[in-house]
Write a protein that binds this ligand. Sequence first.
Ligand SMILES: Nc1ncnc2c1ncn2[C@@H]1O[C@H](COP(=O)(O)OP(=O)(O)OP(=O)(O)O)[C@@H](O)[C@H]1O
Ligand SMILES: [Mg+2]
Length: 443
Amino acid sequence: MTDPNLLALESELTWFGAVLAARFGKSFPGEDETAPPEPLMIAPPEIDRGTVWGRLVFESNLAEPARLMLILALAPHLRPQILDPFFYKNQHTDRGFTEFGGLAAKAHGGFLPTLETALFLISGGDLGLRWAAQEVYFELCRRGLLELSSEAPSEPLGSRPLHLPKEVLMNLTLGGRQPMVRINPFARELTSQMNWEDLCLPHQVTEQLEEIKSWLVHGDTLLNNWELGKRVRPGYLALFCGPPGTGKSLTAGLIGKWAKKRVFRIDLSSLVSKYIGETEKNLEQIFNLAEHKNWVLFFDEADSMFAKRTQVSSSNDRYANQGTAYLLQKVEEQEGLVILSTNLRSNLDPAFLRRFHSIIEFPMPKKAERLRLWREGFGTQVKLEKSIDLEEMAEAWELSGGAIMNVVYYCCLQAMQKSNLTVNQEDLIKGIRRELRKEGKAS
Ligand SMILES: Nc1ncnc2c1ncn2[C@@H]1O[C@H](COP(=O)(O)OP(=O)(O)OP(=O)(O)O)[C@@H](O)[C@H]1O
Ligand SMILES: [Mg+2]
């Protein structure tokens, strides 16, 4: 059976081809032809939200001009010959038509579109439509769906190439098998094979988490039907804090899975440190992409941005604090659930802490939880040497859930290597010591 992702792109290209033909018909009317249809009146195909393309169109709420612009940018990668009409020569000037735009390719044999090409396709020669289409271009760049190119900045806007960012291109063209998991170098989708029931947390933590879940279910009604929206901020802001490996990221992913919402993890520590001074620009792009999408935004390593103001020491920190004000403002404007995560609550400025609807502490697991983590970690498929007593292990070693999972993984690998497929005591202890060493607790 044909891949629905391919079918979606096929029908989008067919529509694009019809619009293109109509635009040519309008701009270069033949003598005895019937009048061509108005290009933008040609109905686009229905979108299938289950496909990568459909999801992009639906989630980004793309209208026809935006769809046309993106398909035009995609065409050289999918069906380059569809752009061949742009090679027509102007008989009067003996060169290409200026209004087609286009870039000189180095190796590619086909036509490479520029913004001018898109403006021609969408607006013909109409100045009002042209300006509207330019806005569409900027909006797509703002959302990271087109690359804002500043090539030849002193030349007219239309001469800019129509480039798709690498990630968008890969998502759309590599058979579309992958969902759009990376929306920005610092933001990727959090997914988990686990389920809510698999979370192993003390009662008081799950109780607090229930509050978030309840907001996800009833938040809209509160804001709209009870008119609370006039008085309170639209979104819900939560802080997860606790030592590494205690399940903060896992919980964020599972809350989304439970509520059937996509969760995106934004790695603040690399976002802050990678391009000093570009923090705001990167955050802005992420917030633009997330607008009206109902995503859960999970900002990891939040301490890298929310360090106490007095702690500003290096120039790096100074920049981080500039971005902080922006992040806080945007986070408070969000309509959905935003979760910030940190290992070091004490590092956070109390002024920031007041803004959270809930602050949830993820403690290190106690013995009973550790036992459950060991048991569920090994599951029912893995065989354990008789001498292994998981209860004893849980009692003896104060490890986080993350560390326990690392040991389980290490032991299973060893068992496979030895091809007896049984986990032995020696490897278990070795694995535990490795984890303790990582945490600086043992030599
Ligand atoms: N409370 C828990 N219940 C079930 N599994 C857990 C729990 N805590 C940790 N794990 C296991 O450990 C893995 C790592 O945990 P996770 O990445 O959520 O920790 P974290 O608190 O986000 O750590 P960090 O602060 O380092 O980001 C999880 O994917 C899961 O397999
Ligand atoms: Mg984490």
